[in-house]
Design a protein around this ligand. Structure first.
Ligand SMILES: *[C@@H]1O[C@H](CO)[C@@H](O)[C@H](O)[C@H]1NC(C)=O
Ligand SMILES: *[C@@H]1O[C@H](CO)[C@@H](O)[C@H](O)[C@H]1NC(C)=O
Ligand SMILES: *[C@@H]1O[C@H](CO)[C@@H](O)[C@H](O)[C@H]1NC(C)=O
Ligand SMILES: *[C@@H]1O[C@H](CO)[C@@H](O)[C@H](O)[C@H]1NC(C)=O
Ligand SMILES: *[C@@H]1O[C@H](CO)[C@@H](O)[C@H](O)[C@H]1NC(C)=O
Ligand SMILES: *[C@@H]1O[C@H](CO)[C@@H](O)[C@H](O)[C@H]1NC(C)=O
Ligand SMILES: *[C@@H]1O[C@H](CO)[C@@H](O)[C@H](O)[C@H]1NC(C)=O
Ligand SMILES: *[C@@H]1O[C@H](CO)[C@@H](O)[C@H](O)[C@H]1NC(C)=O
Ligand SMILES: *[C@@H]1O[C@H](CO)[C@@H](O)[C@H](O)[C@H]1NC(C)=O
Length: 427
């Protein structure tokens, strides 16, 4: 199979117009767009991270999980903020035992698989469980983010790197974590004028298999440097197409129902922007992110009227902090959007040296509970186990089908309107 997957791999690479194959040992010089590439800048820095830059934006990436590790934007006061969670160096991604899925690409199937099983063409497949252990099921009763050795636990290969883009690749063998057939994937990240774009492609070279990818990035648009709060509860979120969500049980497995996000209810982020923390005192929010959890770990649908052009149909999400003025608008071809308000954080994860308040004794340099927001562009979660949703053609891929494709564009801007500083509920 090797020759076959390799030629498919090259075809996929050619399809990534932003990407330029890297000849090993080659020293890049010259310019790409308006950015100058210094000799050897395609090599990782001493911290093992690869750097790319655009206008007003700079980012670092590590091969582990094809993860974004730093994202720098200047706020309205001109201070540079590193607005995503990550570790200080590439080696620590493997050493860390907590594995928060920090900025990586969960795969080959993001989010949860009910009972760690699915059926394709009448055949039942069992994948490795890794969440919610019980007596009798010591490893868990469901599979989260592709299993105990999912794609964001592995080092990807850097196959291209320019001043403004980087492409990672992974080959996931037949049977790994229990999934059928080999999958070859390419992920390209690129930075433009205050934009972060990504394109993910995955090809099932041998057998039909589920594929769903995402970017699992932790955001705090203040770079955890807001002297008034280490939390993200004052960020405002707007999901203009998010009138419905996937209903889930106590362990966040979809029940098959689709729920309406009624105006004014705790899950209403569509009728008007709302601070993440606006409804935290409402009892309805207890259990909204699983049993005993207050907040959000919720898959909102992004219902756009067909046909639509995802680049033109407006953002599926807007997150803004009035303190830093940093606003991000998320455009994507994906039809669901997971929001996690970091209820599971407990201060065990350190901030990076580029983040937080420095020299303030009473402020631990950690991510507190509710100190971040994870936003994941993806398809309807666990739709492989809900055939009545009619989404199998977007979730099951084989040698005969087109490749899996995910595209997204995160557009940053500075919006220092005072609205949002006035308290919960204000935009
Ligand atoms: C390069 O800079 C020029 C002048 O500032 C600008 O018009 C152009 O859009 C820039 N090109 C890119 C690719 O950023
Ligand atoms: C932030 O502004 C400083 C000073 O103008 C500049 O050197 C730096 O490159 C800017 N940061 C980014 C991410 O553009
Ligand atoms: C790498 O980062 C981790 C986590 O921030 C830190 O504990 C460790 O000391 C760093 N290692 C090096 C060599 O800097
Ligand atoms: C990933 O690569 C780093 C740096 O080479 C290495 O330290 C680490 O052990 C590798 N991790 C895995 C899971 O292969
Ligand atoms: C869950 O999977 C097990 C095998 O792992 C199987 O025996 C059982 O029937 C499945 N349960 C459901 C409800 O599908
Ligand atoms: C905090 O969370 C980490 C990661 O989930 C976990 O390993 C640790 O046991 C938790 N600590 C406490 C005190 O709950
Ligand atoms: C921040 O959020 C808290 C809790 O939701 C709220 O009480 C407070 O008024 C908000 N602060 C600002 C400046 O919006
Ligand atoms: C949620 O917060 C918004 C904004 O403050 C408010 O209008 C709405 O009534 C709240 N909903 C509930 C159910 O508490
Ligand atoms: C800035 O934020 C405010 C408050 O959320 C919003 O009303 C306004 O539309 C935003 N401006 C832009 C240009 O996005």
């Amino acid at each position: 199979m090797f020759w076959r997957s390799s030629s498919l791999a090259l075809a996929a690479l050619a399809a990534l117009s932003e990407a330029r194959p890297q000849i090993p040992g080659e020293v890049l010089t010259g310019t790409v767009g308006n950015a100058t590439i210094a000799g050897n800048s395609h090599l990782p820095g001493p911290d093992g991270k690869y750097t790319i830059a655009g206008k007003g934006i700079r980012a670092n990436f590590v091969p582990y999980g094809a993860s974004i590790s730093n994202l720098f934007i200047n706020d309205t006061s001109g201070c540079e903020r590193d607005i995503i969670g990550g570790w200080d160096n590439a080696t620590y991604y493997t050493e860390d035992r907590q594995h928060p899925h920090f900025g990586g690409v969960p795969g080959r199937y993001a989010n949860r698989i009910k009972n760690s099983s699915f059926v394709i063409d009448g055949e039942t497949y069992h994948v490795l469980p890794n969440e919610n252990p019980e007596p009798g099921s010591p490893n868990g009763v469901d599979t989260l983010h592709g299993g105990p050795d999912g794609w964001d636990w592995r080092n990807w290969t850097v196959v291209a790197h320019t001043a403004s883009s980087i492409t990672f690749s992974i080959t996931d063998p037949d049977g790994d974590q229990g999934f059928p057939g080999e999958v070859v994937s390419y992920v390209t990240y690129s930075l433009g004028d205050m934009t972060w774009d990504f394109k993910m492609i995955a090809i099932a070279t041998e057998k039909k298999t589920p594929i769903m990818l995402s970017s699992h990035t932790y955001w705090n648009l203040d770079g955890w440097a807001n002297p008034d709060t280490p939390l993200a509860l004052n960020h405002s979120l707007w999901l203009p197409y998010g009138g419905q969500r996937v209903a889930t049980d106590t362990i966040l497995i979809p029940t098959g129902d689709i729920s309406a996000d009624l105006p004014g209810s705790v899950n209403d982020f569509w009728s008007t922007p709302k601070q993440i923390g606006a409804n935290f005192t409402n009892p309805d929010l207890l259990g909204n992110c699983g049993e005993g959890c207050t907040g959000y770990d919720t898959c909102y649908l992004t219902n756009r009227e067909e046909p639509y052009d995802w680049r033109e149909s407006g953002p599926v999400a807007r997150l803004r902090s009035a303190w830093s003025g940093i606003q991000v608008d998320v455009y994507t071809d994906q039809e669901a959007f997971q929001v996690y308000s970091c209820g599971g954080q407990n201060g065990s994860v350190a901030l990076k040296s580029t983040q937080g308040l420095h020299g303030v004794a009473d402020r631990p340099r950690v991510i507190e509970q509710y100190g971040c927001i994870v936003m994941e562009v993806e398809d309807w979660i666990d739709a492989i186990n809900q055939p009545e949703w009619g989404r199998l053609d977007r979730q099951i891929y084989g040698p005969e089908s087109d490749p899996y494709v995910l595209q997204a564009s995160y557009k940053f801007s500075l919006n220092n309107t005072a609205v949002g500083l006035l308290g919960p509920g204000s935009g």
